[in-house]
Design a protein around this ligand. Structure first.
Ligand code: F0G
Length: 462
């Protein structure tokens, strides 16, 4: 910067100036705090604030620019189910597709070939906001006032946020009702549902039990169900794919890797590509890898062990029903550290099979330790993610080891939720003080130190 910028003591009696390159934390003359200050006469400043505003491509207040500033509705012609004036947005979809070269090198992908799609940067901290923008648009159009979901946490956080920021067509507030399993939801997510004012029904049971109860409650009470069985949720989540393509300057990658829970994203991604191909907007469809946690591997078992396929719609429903019956009679429940995807009976199973067919997909399962290492890699080399996102990275590593994915394939891993959603999982991973703590490749434990300067300096000099 020119010398029209400098550091200056804030004390009126002193006002000593210091250069921009001096490392100072206080005034050398009087000890006062420092400002960064300017000789404004020598700085060209626009003559009105509107010059800043006009740098945005469109003015903010028109309906169109409001929609354009949403990472979902910017692509509204690809989900044309509601007029411009009806679209609900809370600023969803301002996400990042990051080229992750350091991570690529570490796990054996050619630099330039690995991209991370950070859906945790949404307003409620997960990809769910894409789907909720679409589902709330519909809820309002239908005159619904009470909206409900079962959740492993992120759906409930997103629903609760949209509900209090969206009023009904009649101008009344919406009411969010969420069903969560006791002990089955990461603290950050429960905190959001409570903070955003959702009626939070905490039951003794897991996601599958919550799902059954919320479906029945919705039927009996006329609540509008906002889980991904609601097809408008899936419509909104197609936007994740549009932003990936946008981030690659209009190109499609070779692979998209996504964690599989209730299989809403997997369903949305396939639908997006089926339509883009039909519309002639892409010439090539990437392959899809859906990653289950080993402890919640229903799709993996059905797809890889029972050979279940979409077969152009002729799905063998008997295989699914008997698998679910067997799970129920054996009391088999989903169990994984990635609580977001701790789901035994995914509601979008058949749509996900359609996606796997359309995208020449594969399904893999990864153990919890691999999920946590995957998550730690995103923390170490990227912006961090919650455990479910780590499953994408663990899945990529498994597919590289199998040589299904080659090191020069262009790969996009979807990171579905923000790392702060489940801070307990992160701290547990890094803090190795427990005697029985497993050895972790990327553990970065805090160092306990006495409040003693000499001892701390001796430690830091080592
Ligand atoms: N990742 C995160 C962070 C999630 O919250 C979820 C699902 C998934 C992945 C799985 O996505 O269902 O599209 O396969 N969370 C739901 C919830 C179930 O209630 O928040 P999916």
């Amino acid at each position: 910067m020119p010398d029209s910028a400098f550091q200056q003591c804030i004390m009126p009696a002193c006002q000593a100036r210091f250069g921009m390159d001096e490392v100072l934390y206080g005034c050398e003359k009087c000890g006062g705090l420092l400002d960064v200050a300017y000789d404004w006469d020598r700085c060209p400043v626009p003559s009105s604030f509107s010059e800043f505003i006009s740098r945005r491509t469109t003015p903010r207040r028109t309906l169109e620019s409001r929609a354009n500033s949403s990472g979902v509705w910017r692509f509204r012609e690809l989900m044309p189910f509601a007029p411009l004036e009806d679209l609900v947005t809370i600023g969803e979809g301002q996400t990042v597709l990051q080229q992750a070269d350091a991570l690529a090198s570490r796990i054996g992908v050619k630099p330039g070939c690995l991209f991370l799609q950070y859906e945790g940067f949404n307003p409620s901290g997960s990809f769910k906001d894409n789907g909720m923008a679409a589902a709330f648009t519909t809820a309002r159009r239908l005159g619904k006032r009470r909206v409900a979901c079962a959740s492993t946490g992120n759906t409930s956080a997103s629903l609760a946020l949209f509900a209090h920021l969206t009023s009904t067509a009649g101008g009344e507030p919406m009411e969010a009702i969420v069903f969560v399993g006791s002990g089955k939801i990461a603290l950050g997510k429960l905190a959001q549902a409570l903070d955003f004012g959702a009626r939070t029904i905490r039951i003794q049971g897991d996601f599958d039990a919550c799902m059954k109860l919320v479906r029945e409650s919705a039927d009996r009470l006329g609540l509008y169900l906002m889980n991904s069985v609601n097809p408008f949720r899936i419509e909104g989540q197609k936007a994740i794919i549009y932003r990936v393509i946008e981030g690659l300057d209009g190109e499609t990658p070779d692979w998209i890797i996504v964690p599989g829970g209730n299989l809403g994203n997997s369903s949305a991604f396939g639908k997006a590509f089926i339509e883009l191909r039909e519309l002639g907007l892409v010439s090539r469809v990437p392959r899809l890898a859906i990653i289950n946690a080993t402890g919640a591997n229903t799709l993996f078992e059905l797809y890889n062990e029972h050979g279940l396929r979409f077969h152009g719609g002729a799905v063998d429903l008997q295989t699914i029903d008997s698998h679910f019956d067997r799970m129920n009679s054996e009391g088999r429940r989903a169990r994984t550290v990635a609580s977001a995807i701790e789901i035994g009976q995914p509601v979008n199973l058949i749509k996900a099979l359609r996606s796997l067919e359309a995208m020449d997909g594969v399904v893999r399962q990864v153990p919890d330790e691999a999920i946590l290492d995957g998550k730690a890699l995103v923390g170490r080399y990227g912006y961090g993610c919650e455990p479910a996102g780590g499953a994408s990275i663990a899945g990529l590593r498994a597919l590289l080891a199998e040589q299904v994915i080659s090191r020069s394939d262009r790969v996009v891993c979807i990171l579905t939720g923000h790392s702060l959603k489940d801070a307990n999982a992160t701290v547990d991973y890094h803090d190795q003080r427990r005697d029985d703590a497993p050895q972790r490749a990327l553990a970065n434990p805090p160092v306990d130190a006495p409040a003693d300067l000499d001892a701390i300096i001796a430690m830091l000099q080592r």
